[in-house]
Design a protein around this ligand. Structure first.
Ligand SMILES: CC(C)(COP(=O)(O)OP(=O)(O)OC[C@H]1O[C@@H](n2cnc3c(N)ncnc32)[C@H](O)[C@@H]1OP(=O)(O)O)[C@@H](O)C(=O)NCCC(=O)NCCS
Length: 448
């Protein structure tokens, strides 16, 4: 069995219409751990980023960005994969009816069921170039470094054996052993996201497009819950589901419970990081620090206040909920699920359409898509040129879905309609996201 992105998309895209897909991923690279650890509990951490875009006639229609973090403790007892959905957006440029939710479900399902081994197989291991390793003879004095280098090049071109080529080796690093890869009972996958409606996240000026449908905060949380439930609820992505948690900070339990899809008993109000065993631990040892995440901004605030090691789990959530950004009368939902992913290997036919690049090149390709004025009717054409320059040909998927049957199919999952909650709007000031990505160094900096 496999989870083919192409096949999954075909089933949800409108019948007979051709779409292109950019399924971009950065090669796995060693990184700082997203959760602060005691020095003794050394953790090896790796990061990869996914950027998936659906296009029609070269026009980007919707995109999803997700960060994947893999954490392996020194004793190799387990691998924790954290899939963090950082952004989802539409451009409003579609001229066909699309079910954005069902397309996003395909993207989520594909990422969460991808094998952890495949990330390591495509790992970006830095090279070490030792330029002096094979130079056994040097004539001095050289009048400059350029003079010395020129001399080496000239001697090499003459075939002089004392001037060998530089030695290139791969940087030695930690690599999990084979047994840990094959024993997927030792792998845990978390999917986490926080929901907050914005006019646009990835497509600049797209909110000016009449075709763009922007969900309100409350609708957005319902939308995510429905999509997460539909794709993760079936056993195609997760072999075993451990936790399903939802919370809306600054809302009471009754109100939060109304976002839980009816018929689902597994969802609980709370977060996936807290359990009975860690209630009295400092929150910094359990709450991940993620880009553009309100939890991360609060952790940074605790560093500044010199309370980072003092605030316990329960207190963390209580204090976070009274922070300004959660008191603005908006609904910010926190969704987290944890379980054992099915971890499909890549198909030989490459039907997941994946394009892998180092992070630097990945960023340049992503830039092609996010550096466009989407309210301009032709600016998006620059994307096609940029891809052509890089010799990237996007695969085509032809839809098979007949939209008239959609309503009947979706009747099975129903999220209760919600009356808007009555938190007062105190301040509509836009919160500028603070990007914090290394709480360890912040903690150290504060101490010194
Ligand atoms: C979040 C977002 C991607 C969802 O897109 P969408 O087009 O609303 O998603 P869907 O196609 O799944 O439609 C959701 C619902 O809206 C309805 N809808 C879609 N377009 C509509 C339109 N133009 N007019 C009225 N209803 C519309 C759909 O019928 C569906 O209703 P249902 O749940 O009763 O079936 C979109 O609102 C968006 O781009 N928002 C701005 C960025 C953002 O806030 N991102 C969230 C990041 S956390």
């Amino acid at each position: 069995m496999t989870f083919s992105l192409e096949n999954e998309l075909e089933v949800v895209l409108p019948k007979g219409v051709s779409y292109q897909v950019l399924n971009l991923q950065s090669r796995l690279k060693e990184s700082k751990c997203i959760i602060h650890h005691h020095k003794a509990d050394h953790m090896h951490s790796y990061k990869s980023v996914h950027f998936i875009v659906l296009l029609h006639e070269n026009k980007p229609l919707l995109a999803l960005e997700a960060y994947v973090y893999l954490d392996v403790p020194n004793d190799q007892s387990q691998i924790l994969r954290t899939v963090y959905i950082s952004k989802a957006d539409t451009s409003g440029l579609q001229n066909q009816k699309l079910s954005v939710g069902r397309i996003v479900q395909c993207f989520l399902g594909w990422i969460c069921s991808k094998s952890i081994t495949s990330y390591f197989e495509s790992m970006d291991i830095p090279l070490i170039i030792d330029r002096h390793a094979n130079i056994r003879k040097e004539h001095s004095p050289f009048i400059s470094e350029t003079d010395r280098r020129l001399h080496i090049l000239i001697e090499r071109s003459k075939g002089e054996k004392n001037y060998g080529m530089p030695k290139i080796t791969r940087k030695a690093g930690f690599y999990p052993n084979e047994d840990l890869f094959t024993d997927i009972s030792k792998h845990t996958t978390r999917l986490i996201l926080f929901t907050r409606s914005e006019k646009q996240y990835l497509f600049p000026n797209s909110s000016k497009n009449q075709g763009k449908h922007i969900l309100t905060d409350s609708q957005l949380l319902k939308w995510w819950m429905k999509n997460v439930e539909q794709i993760m609820g079936n056993n195609k992505v997760f072999a075993r589901m451990g936790k399903k948690r939802i919370n809306v900070l600054n809302a009471d339990k009754f109100e939060v419970s109304r976002y839980i899809p009816s018929g689902s008993k597994e969802w609980k109000i709370g977060d996936i990081y807290t359990d009975k065993s860690n209630l009295h631990d400092a929150a910094v040892y359990h709450i991940p620090l993620l880009p553009d995440d309100p939890k991360g901004r609060f952790l940074e605030h605790l560093v500044v206040e010199n309370r980072i090691k003092k605030v316990r789990m329960k207190q963390f959530w209580t204090e976070l909920s009274v922070r300004q950004e959660f008191r603005l009368g908006i609904t910010v939902g926190l969704i987290g699920i944890e379980g054992e992913s099915r971890e499909y290997s890549m198909d030989n036919n490459n039907d997941d359409m994946l394009i892998l690049f180092k992070r630097s090149e990945f960023n340049k390709i992503k830039e092609l898509f996010v550096d466009i004025d989407y309210s301009d009717p032709v600016d998006y054409l620059r994307i096609k040129e940029g891809l052509k320059e890089r010799k990237i040909i996007l695969p085509v998927v032809i839809g098979q879905f007949d939209f008239t049957t959609l309503r009947q199919k979706e009747k099975s999952i129903h999220v209760q309609t919600l009356t808007p909650h009555t938190l007062t709007v105190r301040n509509k000031r836009r919160i500028n996201p603070v990007v914090v990505n290394d709480i360890g160094s912040l903690v150290k900096r504060k101490r010194s």
